[in-house]
Design a protein around this ligand. Structure first.
Ligand SMILES: Nc1ncnc2c1ncn2[C@@H]1O[C@H](COP(=O)(O)OP(=O)(O)OP(=O)(O)O)[C@@H](O)[C@H]1O
Length: 242
């Protein structure tokens, strides 16, 4: 499974938010997409997930997905999270995962105590470290735990591509480290693309980095390579790289 973006362009009227960018995201990598505010990072993953109108090409293992309706792209295995976690706060962790799993039980059964858990859900709980919180109400989870629940929901949907928009914003240091380690686990055999402003987190957990600036790609490489790039230093890391 790989995600190949070629000459991706997104325009809002006469404003070009993403200007013919090309890059590839491979499984096994925790691939970061960084850049200053307004660089076009979120618009890029919006276009990949079908939420923004894009031109060019986005191929999932050689299959073109650009122009495909958003629900079909999700069903093809492309999942994403948003800056604000979107879990059902009134429901338990398990009920959220059930819904993500597409298990349509009668409401009474859904809200009742469960004795058997689907193996996909068991796996997602294990990977995300939420097993002990399976019956907790989602609204009572910490900010970090809600992000992990969202990731678990993508895993039970069998997402092979996970795009995460600022997953550690607002997290404690402990939650950041746990999230980075979670991303490393998730990336085994899956494509993981992380939009992030937190440079410390990026330095610690990125295995590949694409730097955007004003709708274009400034440079790409390992953490060391992009940090050594003078353009990155002056335009981004030098100013916003805290
Ligand atoms: N629906 C829209 N209509 C018009 N302009 C938009 C729309 N969505 C985004 N933009 C503009 O496109 C540019 C890129 O926005 P985007 O959110 O992709 O940047 P970003 O790199 O994710 O920034 P941030 O890090 O601040 O989230 C910005 O100038 C933004 O104002």
């Amino acid at each position: 499974m790989s995600l190949k973006i070629t000459n991706l362009k997104v325009a809002f009227g006469s404003f070009i938010a993403v200007n013919e960018i090309s890059f590839q995201v491979l499984p096994g990598h925790v691939h970061f997409l960084i850049g200053a505010n307004g660089a076009g990072k979120t618009t890029c993953i919006d276009a990949i997930s079908g939420l923004a109108p894009g031109q060019g090409s986005v191929q999932l293992d050689g299959t073109e997905i650009l122009g495909t309706p958003v629900h079909r792209i999700a069903r093809m295995g492309v999942g994403r999270t948003f800056q604000t976690a979107s879990v059902f706060e009134e429901l338990s962790v398990l009920q959220n995962l059930d819904i993500a799993c597409g298990i349509h039980r009668p409401l009474r059964a859904l809200l009742g105590v469960r004795h058997r858990v689907d193996s996909r859900i068991e796996h997602a709980l294990e990977v995300t470290g939420l097993a002990d919180l399976v019956n907790a109400q989602a609204g009572t989870l910490s900010h970090g735990q809600k992000q992990w629940l969202e990731i678990a929901m993508l895993l039970v949907q069998d997402a092979q591509v996970l795009m995460l928009d600022e997953p550690v914003a607002g997290m404690s240091e402990e939650e950041r480290v746990a999230t980075g380690e979670l991303l490393q686990r998730v990336a085994r055999g899956r494509v993981v693309l992380v939009v992030e402003h937190d440079m410390e987190f990026m330095r610690r957990f990125a295995t590949r980095v694409t730097v955007m600036n004003r709708g274009t790609i400034l440079c790409e490489g390992s953490v060391d390579e992009i940090q050594a790039n003078p353009d990155v230093q002056s335009i981004y890391l030098g100013t916003a790289g805290k």
